[in-house]
Design a protein around this ligand. Sequence first.
Ligand code: BMA
Length: 319
Amino acid sequence: MPNNSGKKAPQELFTRHKGNPILTPEMWPYPVNAVFNPGAIKLNNETLLLVRIEDMRGFSHLTVARSSDGISNWQIDSEPTLEADHNSREERWGLEDPRIIWLEDQKQFAITYTSFSEGGPVVSLAITKNFKTFARLGGLLPPEDKDACLFPRRFRGRFALIHRPIVRGEAHIWISFSPDLKHWGDHRLLIRSRHAYWDCHRVGLACQPVETEHGWLLFYHGVRNTTGGAIYRMGIALLDLDEPWRVLRRSDEWVFGPRELYELVGDVGGVVFPTGVTITKETDQLNFYYGAADCTVCVATASLSEITEYILACPRTEQ
Ligand code: BMA
């Protein structure tokens, strides 16, 4: 419902697909406990999701699902596409929560995901052209670190990585830089959790950053711990186009939160966890793919121009 100003409320910018959830454990070609938190891109006129699958041991791996409309008729790989090397220290207890971008420099896709390593969660990088064979480039920064994505291009010659280390028990979003995708430095705090807000206890990157002429749209999840458990919702920030370590705007309110039964009930109720977005420029449409209650994959759509208009009207940050 538009409010008195005729503008949509922030939470009305997103429309859930009526057929949600679009991917469930029952649809999988082999027995699994949960399918959630997928990376998303478009490849050869198809939507490709790299879905986090939790097996019955409680360990996760990543499996590709493809669809021509991004909603239905998913073709799912018949076995795990990217399985953890459980004998390695890095991937000891599985692979989780991938984000994907096309690295223009390398002419390859870059997948950043969380390896559940012996030392705790660590951000790992793999590159691929076809989602069949992958080159693993290993862990990027020390644990505990999660919720990471590269930007598709370099800034002043350096690659940039958004990630979420735990520092002094606090979970804020950071940005770091590298000349070669291996050596990382110039670490900067980017987006803090905010005392008393809906995102007071933890923040972390949601899907891959979206480039617009006004800057990078950065979708992030925010967590509030309540007596009924943690609530995971999504907010938006805008980063400078050429200096993405500068936050220009940030939404006060969340724009997407758990409301439907499939988001409220599951292995972890009260969770919407977007990890992938696809863009259809001709129709101005964004498709957000998200894990619902750590059980299924759902999709919500939004208009790129409405989101951009919304964030440009949000408060300037103090940087
Ligand atoms: C986060 C991540 C996600 C998960 C979410 C909700 O910390 O581990 O994989 O979906 O918690 O349980």
